[in-house]
Design a protein around this ligand. Structure first.
Ligand code: A3P
Length: 293
């Protein structure tokens, strides 16, 4: 019955989080099932770049950086990254985006247009330590009104560990990305870490530009890095977002932008539980995640 896959409220514990459920996969409520299902057949362009990340890994930040590199202009990008978030678009909108497109997504690769892979479009994949992601995602879910979520952190922590959130489990996503990289050693995918970008932005942006085959000088890299610092983006990008989407009309996308904020949220028991599950699930991971700087 197709209706069963239409928007559903997933309820667990005392609080609920509104998501779209498509064949057991949870997506944010703004995604339209028919577009999501048709995405696989959409046409790519050779110069499309895809930014791929589990939510809250720094997608907005990286999108701004990549967009400036691609446009070879160290100038604030007037659009917001959601304008090129493929799972939120219609096919028409996707095709109307100006070339070169900096597409961004949180979905598994199996859901993306097959043509992106046939054309070997470059992928930039950013990871962030999952303790900070959990805290950031909690605030995202609580502050964005469309999720109708108003639960306590303690309850949310369990939900995050179980993957009962849009885009599913961080663990599954990260392991799946590792499998893709392992199985496709020649595919052009550049792996980045939020913590590295925070620690040494110019070094990371220089490596990224080389991967994108964009010839840029040190001054340009420094300007991009400076424009993409958290405080500047928080001040300047918020202007383009709709305040009414947020609880108390306070923008929450650029929240804190730090490494290690999880220490202000995790209890000792949660941290122990997290570490034990992490060690089990990520025993063979090749990811080099850092939980503090
Ligand atoms: P916090 O909630 O920890 O502050 P995404 O873009 O994938 O949704 O990730 C959002 C997270 O990236 C938020 O984390 C946000 O503040 C942080 N972020 C956004 N821009 C940033 C920047 N320029 N520098 C550092 N962190 C940034």
């Amino acid at each position: 019955m197709p209706e069963m896959n239409l928007r559903s409220d997933k309820r667990d514990d005392e609080s609920h989080l509104r998501v779209l459920k498509v064949d057991g996969y949870y997506l944010p409520p703004f995604v339209k099932e028919e577009h999501f299902r048709s995405m696989k057949t959409w046409k790519a362009r050779n110069d499309d770049v895809i930014i791929s990340a589990y939510p809250k890994a720094g997608t907005h930040w990286l999108w701004e950086v990549v967009s400036m590199l691609i446009q070879k202009k160290a100038e604030r990008i007037p659009e917001i990254k959601e304008t090129a978030m493929i799972e939120g678009l219609t096919e028409e909108k996707f095709h109307s985006l100006a070339t070169p497109r900096v597409i961004n997504t949180h979905v598994y690769f199996q859901h993306l247009p097959k043509d992106l892979f046939a054309k070997r479009c470059k992928i930039v994949y950013i990871l962030r330590n999952p303790k900070d992601i959990a805290v950031s995602y909690y605030n995202h879910h609580k502050k964005l009104l469309m999720y109708e979520f108003d639960g306590p952190w303690d309850n949310y922590f369990q939900r995050f560990m179980q993957g009962n959130v849009d885009y599913g489990s961080w663990f599954d996503y990260t392991l799946e990305m590792e499998r893709f990289i392992e199985k496709n050693p020649d595919y052009p995918i550049h792996v980045m870490y939020y913590e590295d970008l925070k620690e040494n932005g110019t070094k990371e942006i220089t490596k990224l530009a080389a991967f994108l085959e964009i010839d840029v000088g040190d001054d340009f890299v420094r300007s991009v890095n400076s424009l993409c610092q958290f405080d500047k983006m928080q001040q300047e990008k918020n202007k383009n977002e709709t305040a009414s989407m947020w609880r108390d009309k306070i923008h929450g996308m650029y929240r804190k932008g730090e490494v290690g904020d999880w220490k202000n949220w995790f209890t000792v028991a949660q941290n122990e539980m997290f570490d034990s599950i992490y060690q089990q699930k990520m025993a063979n991971t090749k990811s080099k995640l850092r939980f503090s700087l």
